[in-house]
Ligand binder design. Sequence first.
Ligand SMILES: NC(=O)c1ccc[n+]([C@@H]2O[C@H](COP(=O)([O-])OP(=O)(O)OC[C@H]3O[C@@H](n4cnc5c(N)ncnc54)[C@H](O)[C@@H]3O)[C@@H](O)[C@H]2O)c1
Length: 311
Amino acid sequence: MKKILVTGGAGFLGSHLCKKLLNEGHEVIAVDNFYTGNKDNILGLLENPRFELMRHDITFPLYLEVNEIYNLACPASPIHYQHDPVQTTKTSVHGAINMLGLSKRTNAKILQASTSEVYGDPTAHPQKEDYWGNVNPIGIRSCYDEGKRCAETLFFDYWRQHQVRIKVARIFNTYGPHMHPKDGRVVSNFIVQAIKGESLTIYGDGTQTRSFCYVDDLIDGLVKLMNSNDDITGPINLGNPNEFSMLELANLAIELTGSKSDILFRSLPEDDPKQRQPDIDLAKKVLNWVPKVELRDGLKQTIEYFKKVIN
Ligand SMILES: NC(=O)c1ccc[n+]([C@@H]2O[C@H](COP(=O)([O-])OP(=O)(O)OC[C@H]3O[C@@H](n4cnc5c(N)ncnc54)[C@H](O)[C@@H]3O)[C@@H](O)[C@H]2O)c1
């Protein structure tokens, strides 16, 4: 049994990760400041004697004895991370320094939840881990993109300078139950709009594509990466390479909810990437990981969840 810290443990991904680690028999400490997270996400876990919830902001130091740290704390959707951009950068950068410091003191392995946003608006397609990205340093998304890039830098410097055992996962669009219904991301937007019978809003002409990974697949990848040999540091892309256009996704959301909603087109926001798709050859090779859940099946689970929380 390991003692595992999950920062952002009350968030979308964090809550699923805590559940999986508890199911594997570990002791789990979830740390969260509830900026975007929600106790409802972990209600089912609070009774478990191996689970502990701590209200704490990772921009401040934390002293604990743990064997592993999953650093997930950070608002992930543009609406949330742009609400207080200075805090977003602080969470990524000061948070990484604090968690890496904890890892250095306790010799805990540490995994960073990085993001495909480090590739910015990519000029290479699909994105491999050795692509350095095309990121605007001063735009409205930069607090998130550059914060995450700087966190990656810190992880690799702690590894080179202090031999901290690091793992960096670059996570691509993930969806599933416990997503925030008002996070403004495309999957939650479409499902909520379809359930409510409102028009589905597409930004741009709907031909821009995204890949969507179901949460169970993603969590499986994170745990595999953490459990891999120490020489596997990443960065490693984790995501589902199957691409869907916004128009296809909107039509699927309408079909699976049985909605009568129509589709509305609006202008594209600043710095919105036209296309994004992970190259997951590295994850396949070194982690023996591939996403298994089809979009249609994952959407059905997500729709069930949203039907419960928005009614
Ligand atoms: N969901 C995705 O598609 C996706 C894609 C790429 C990367 N990621 C990364 O995965 C991680 C989790 O994302 P998510 O989708 O679960 O987002 P989320 O917003 O649901 O979860 C983030 C959690 O971190 C907490 N948090 C934020 N700032 C904090 C701070 N300073 N101290 C302590 N807790 C803090 C929030 O309250 C929340 O519970 C994030 O780091 C995100 O950047 C997610």
